[in-house]
Design a protein around this ligand. Structure first.
Ligand code: CA
Length: 230
């Protein structure tokens, strides 16, 4: 059974979300406290965490960062609830390592759709973990070889890791900081230009016309998005 942890201090919101998730057939854990949520995650290992950004004491962003720093539980997807719809909030959410965010107030239909989308993405990663495929590009995770059609593409280790990260999140915008964290690790000392340089190299190897990329798309002021080109 799929278990979802809802972390939200406003009781009405928390109970409403919990009730509707249960109606959808999910098992639901709830807490209104940030530090308590870390304990629950470590002990219960939910499949997904819905995390409000505004919490008393330890706020949602700090919880998110703490979860991502803990290797044992860093794989669990997080959907952040943000209070306002400003670009700043969204960026802060993605930079802290959230998989998705949803802005209050939101409809239940949208909320449940996001839940399903994030769970589907996470499931795809664990069940078909040998290979990541999108469009005509295939990355074999065991041999760490990449093919475009029948043609093998030679990539460095970091180019490979970067490509897989982008492909796994096809269609979603990844910020440079998030890419740095996931591909280079938290203790990496370089800056986000490292990402740009590797994207350039990847494009030279993968794109028909590197100056007009169809796969690795620049999202100005934010980061990159992978698309399976036609
Ligand atoms: Ca709250």
């Amino acid at each position: 059974m799929t278990t979802i942890l809802v972390v939200e201090d406003e009781e009405v919101v928390r109970e409403t979300l919990a009730y509707n998730l249960q109606q959808e057939g999910y098992a639901v854990l709830t807490t209104g406290d940030g530090s308590e949520s870390l304990k629950v995650v470590r002990e219960q290992r939910p499949d997904l965490i819905v995390l409000d950004i505004m919490l008393p004491g330890m706020d949602g962003l700090s919880v998110c960062r703490a979860l991502r720093r803990d290797k044992e539980i860093a794989y669990i997807p997080i959907i952040m609830l943000t209070a306002r719809g400003t670009q700043g909030d969204k960026m802060v959410g993605l930079d802290s390592g959230a998989d998705d965010y949803i802005t209050k107030p939101f409809g239940l239909g949208e909320f449940l759709a996001r839940i399903r989308a994030v769970l589907r993405r996470a499931d795809g990663q664990s069940t078909s973990s040998r290979e990541v495929r999108t469009g005509d590009i295939t990355a074999d995770l065991m041999s760490r070889r990449v093919h475009r059609g029948n043609q093998e593409v030679q990539l460095s280790q970091k180019e490979f890791d970067l490509l897989v990260e982008l492909m796994r999140n096809q269609g979603a915008v990844l910020s440079r900081d998030l890419i740095l964290t996931r591909v280079w690790g938290y203790d990496f000392c370089g800056d986000s230009r490292t990402v740009d340089v590797h994207v350039r190299w990847l494009r030279e190897k993968l794109e028909d016309d590197p100056s007009n990329p169809q796969h690795i798309i620049t999202v100005r002021g934010v980061g990159y998005r992978f698309e399976a080109a036609e």
